[in-house]
Design a protein around this ligand. Structure first.
Ligand SMILES: *[C@@H]1O[C@H](CO)[C@@H](O)[C@H](O)[C@H]1NC(C)=O
Ligand SMILES: *[C@@H]1O[C@H](CO)[C@@H](O)[C@H](O)[C@H]1NC(C)=O
Ligand SMILES: *[C@@H]1O[C@H](CO)[C@@H](O)[C@H](O)[C@H]1NC(C)=O
Ligand SMILES: *[C@@H]1O[C@H](CO)[C@@H](O)[C@H](O)[C@H]1NC(C)=O
Ligand SMILES: *[C@@H]1O[C@H](CO)[C@@H](O)[C@H](O)[C@H]1NC(C)=O
Ligand SMILES: *[C@@H]1O[C@H](CO)[C@@H](O)[C@H](O)[C@H]1NC(C)=O
Length: 290
């Protein structure tokens, strides 16, 4: 982090101000990338395997490589036959160590691909749904014996598929149970969801963090939506468990990144306002109970 002031607010509202930057502590893995490529995603597979994606590439990196020449394990070019050129961007990388499924989605392709996480050129299957915007949050998880993919899509130009959709994958990576769409609070026309920051699964809870634009004010606010997944042999999602609540950090309201720390059962979230940033910790119980 650099520039601006960073404030850390704990749940009991003690705030700390950090100054300085992280520069100088870095261990360089890959010194320079072609900046035209754009970086859109990063997934840490294990201690030493990191997968990075962007325009026309998906690259796996060995973070413990002893010299820079051995850092890149594989670098796969994407989109050649799909986009008539090099306009493709890998917009989503969905991975969970639990399902061992690694899914990549491209902005110009109507399917997502299941790849072998340790051999990213090996396509195991293509699954019949698409994720075409980077502002989409997705996750894959196992519930009982089934794997589910969740996709939270913001408003798109065509407006038709904004909302939360989930797919149950069968053993052949087909979509067994069709998508079920949940719309986010759309009655407030002055607030539009522009971006989903993160999808997280905790126990039976499915949480989706998003950023909204308040049109009249030109400001951003943030929300977290929650839905419960009922476990059991016919796992379902109860519409009556859907809750969507505002998220803020002191008087900071524009959520940028969020992570779940499973050991402490806390969410840590960073918000910005101009060049200032604030970081807040949330107890999962606080989010559940609201
Ligand atoms: C990864 O880290 C864990 C915990 O620190 C350790 O137990 C494990 O051996 C490491 N694995 C590799 C491949 O380095
Ligand atoms: C990563 O690099 C370390 C150190 O050079 C090596 O021991 C390990 O086998 C490498 N892992 C992979 C997946 O290439
Ligand atoms: C890395 O590759 C460069 C260019 O191919 C070479 O000049 C250099 O000696 C290599 N470094 C090591 C440590 O192998
Ligand atoms: C990966 O491939 C892309 C596209 O072919 C290339 O432009 C890029 O420099 C490569 N990245 C690395 C780290 O080798
Ligand atoms: C891409 O297109 C070329 C030329 O038409 C073709 O030879 C190649 O098999 C295609 N590759 C894939 C993965 O479809
Ligand atoms: C990776 O997958 C490709 C495509 O399926 C295959 O040709 C290649 O042999 C695999 N590499 C390894 C190291 O298994």
């Amino acid at each position: 982090m650099s520039g601006g002031k960073t404030v850390l607010c704990l749940p009991w509202l003690v705030c700390c101000v950090f100054s300085g930057s992280g520069n100088g502590l870095a261990h360089t893995l890959i010194g320079s990338f072609d900046t035209r490529l754009g970086l859109t995603g990063m997934v840490a597979v294990d201690n030493e395997t990191l997968i990075v994606a962007g325009r026309n590439f998906i690259c796996s990196i060995n973070t413990s490589a002893s010299n820079a020449n051995e850092t890149v394990i594989q670098n796969v070019t994407t989109g050649l036959n799909r986009t008539l050129g090099f306009n493709d961007v890998t917009v989503a990388m969905i991975y969970s160590s639990e399902t061992k499924r690694f899914v990549t989605c491209e902005n110009n392709y109507d399917k997502c691909d299941v790849r072998n996480v340790y051999n990213i050129s090996q396509m195991i299957a293509s699954i019949p749904f698409s994720v075409k915007r980077h502002e989409t949050a997705s996750m894959i998880l196992r519930d009982g014996t089934n794997d589910y993919v969740f996709v939270a899509r913001p408003l798109t130009a065509c407006c038709k598929d904004a909302g939360l959709v989930w797919y149950k994958l069968d053993n052949n990576f087909g979509v067994e149970e069709n998508k079920k769409l949940f719309r986010f609070d759309n009655n407030k026309v002055t607030v539009i969801t522009q971006k989903f920051v993160k999808a997280v699964s905790v126990n039976q809870f499915r949480l989706f963090f998003s950023q909204q634009l308040v049109i009249n004010e030109g400001k951003h606010v943030s929300r977290v939506a929650q839905i419960c997944q009922k476990t059991g042999k016919d796992a379902k999602y109860a519409e009556d468990t859907f809750v969507d609540l505002p998220l803020e950090c002191g008087d900071f309201r524009q959520l940028e990144v969020v992570e779940y720390i499973s050991q402490s059962k806390l969410f840590v979230a960073a918000f910005t306002r101009g060049s200032d940033a604030a970081i807040c910790l949330y107890n999962f119980k606080d989010i559940q109970d609201k």
